[in-house]
Ligand binder design. Structure first.
Ligand code: ATP
Length: 307
């Protein structure tokens, strides 16, 4: 059966430990209890889209252990179709996250099964991918898998180039319908230092130089900048009480996919995503904070477009 949105990406088990201060090399520190959370950009974006009311399938890979079974079950509970989630021998992807009292963190990712998502597995989901209104991928899985998804997508292919790549292969660029980088990823793709990228005007100039006509740059509390051909628009984020921005980018990408699948134009879709992502920073945790369609509607006034 066709689904609105197919996400091709990673599934991780995040293990978060709170520490008073992040350790320096060679140091051992005591931390709090291990908090285990479902994560991974692919799985998070699939959950974000499903919460907003789209039918969603996730193409990816987990392992064969109990952690993998748990990750799969959590996705099913979120109404994400996991029928094309491969099980490869060994553990799933893990992310070990240390967070200090200032909310600074260090993260180590062990890709596990994500590293073994190959183009054949993606190809096997070709029927779903070709029939989807929107296909979304990130870069936490191998590039051949991303390329296979881009080639199979027949409607809109959205690439969130995260984690920031040094460059994208030439053959991928013409297949990307909408690119959704944050400032760091934009800087990396443009080959400029990240630090010089504060002003939206500068962001717009860089986005205009990318070999992709439709770009949405996420700008944290500044909202998002949309380049749609010759038009550029800055969409301000509503003012909210930001508690934890973890997963804001994933909420944004999932929401953008939903809005595009519903037929909105790029600027309107970005407006929808800005509102959804604003709600996601009001609570701790990546997935816990992702809004449902009902919460987004109920938030109404609060998350009206900031003008
Ligand atoms: P993360 O890695 O923390 O998930 P990111 O770096 O991929 O995020 P950001 O640009 O920081 O992406 O945030 C994504 C979107 O979330 C922004 O475009 C904005 O719409 C929303 N957002 C983030 N921070 C805030 C904030 N403080 N207030 C309102 N909206 C925010």
């Amino acid at each position: 059966m066709a689904v609105d949105v197919v996400v091709v990406g990673s599934v991780n088990l995040d293990q978060v430990i709170e520490v008073a201060a992040l350790p320096v090399p060679g140091e051992t520190v005591q931390g709090g209890p291990i908090i285990r959370l479902g994560g991974g950009k692919g799985a998070n974006q699939a959950v974000a889209a499903a919460r907003l009311g789209c039918s969603v399938a996730l193409v990816g890979a987990v392992g064969t252990d109990a952690d993998s079974a748990q990750l799969r079950a959590e996705l099913v509970a979120e109404s994400v179709d996991v029928s094309r989630l491969a099980a490869v021998e060994g553990p799933p992807g893990h992310a070990v996250v240390l967070v200090d009292r200032q909310a600074e963190n260090v993260v180590v990712v062990s890709p596990g099964a994500n590293a073994r998502l190959d183009s054949d597995t993606v190809q096997a989901a070709g029927d779903l991918i070709a029939a989807a209104s929107v296909v979304v991928a990130q870069l936490e899985v191998p590039l051949p898998a991303v390329l296979a998804a881009a080639r199979l997508a027949s409607a809109t292919f959205v690439l969130n180039p995260a984690p920031a790549p040094a460059e994208l292969p030439d053959e991928l660029w013409p297949l990307v319908d909408v690119l959704v980088p944050n400032r760091t990823e934009l800087a990396r793709l443009c080959g400029v230092p990240d630090s010089g990228l504060r002003a939206p005007g500068e962001v717009a100039r860089l986005a205009a130089g990318l070999p992709c006509e439709r770009v949405v740059v996420t700008l944290g509390a500044d909202g998002a900048l949309v380049r749609d051909g010759a038009r550029t628009e800055l969409i301000a984020a509503p003012t909210v009480r930001a508690v934890d921005t973890t997963g804001a980018g994933d909420t944004f990408c999932g929401a953008l996919a939903v809005a595009l699948a519903e037929g909105r134009n790029l600027a309107d879709a970005a407006r929808f995503a800005v509102r959804a992502a604003a709600l996601s920073v009001e609570q701790t945790g990546a997935r816990t904070a992702m809004p449902t369609r009902a919460r987004l509607a109920a938030a109404g006034e609060l998350v009206q477009d900031a003008r």
